[in-house]
Design a protein around this ligand. Sequence first.
Ligand code: F6P
Length: 330
Amino acid sequence: IKRIGLLTSGGDAPGMNAAIRAITLKCINAGWDVIGIEAGYNGLFSLSSRPLTHQDVDNIIQRGGTILKTARCQTLKEDNGSELAAQQLDKLAIDALIVIGGDGSFRGATQINKFWPKPIIGIPGTIDNDINGTDQTIGFWTAIETALSCIDKIRDTADAFERIFVVEVMGRDCGFIAMESGIACAAEQIICKEIIENESDFLSKLYSSIQHAVTWQQTQSYVIVVAENALSISAQTLAQNIQSNTGVDTKSAILGYVQRGGAPVAMDRVLATQLGIAAVDALVQGKSGVMIGTLNNTLVEIPLADTGLKNTANQALIKRLKQFNFDLTD
Ligand code: F6P
């Protein structure tokens, strides 16, 4: 191995720069060149790449986003897309590829590997924490901190007005951001797909639970953290329904992309640095087609083909939610 290709793909996540830094410095130490491919897999098709130096990765560990830019690549999904990507990697004379991204990015990597039998290593980077085979993904804890600081502010105004608030957080189809930020802000309810068996039963139970809390004045304000895509109705509609069911003034707030930005918290910087170093170590050891993750605080290598999305029956999440649920109706 002489030249490592490195790209960030899919939704950016705070901590991606920390991983880029660790990989670059570790490769330079090993005497390898690092070629940063820009804007995810798109940079392969447009041959937009540049060597990464010590200077390029200096002073970036604290920056959100990704210095390599990112994208969701359509060309890779087209017929022959992965074959073309393989040819482009050869044009760039890349000997091994490291992909920092989420599930879609790993599916892309697995496809490319069919036509490009050289080492590819994945590093899980997404705020959603929805990748199988790792307890944590880069960016997850920063997104929670961001959501938390927003929800704390919402709590102030909710409390002052004695209002109910529905706060929607990100996570795509997964409830981890909702769960952790909900626990940390002492949300009265945390709603995510994983715990809903029947939506209309769930909602009628929710309305009566809120009614109960309001009637008995258990709380001055009532905050519901809901994961995006958890329900078939929007956060705004949920708020309207709650208001008409309970008679209490109810507002909604969608936190949105703010959750993807900002300086990574220490946890993400450390995780990203660890995973970056381990990815290069894996290449040194001749590994390929694996994601480097952590399970029970131990570094693990999981075949990329076995990663996939954490499914809606995620037992860890369901168990944790039940543990922290103080809802009286349960
Ligand atoms: O995967 C990260 C994420 O922010 C999800 O939480 C969200 O559903 C999605 O990306 C938004 O994607 P896009 O940036 O393409 O709008």
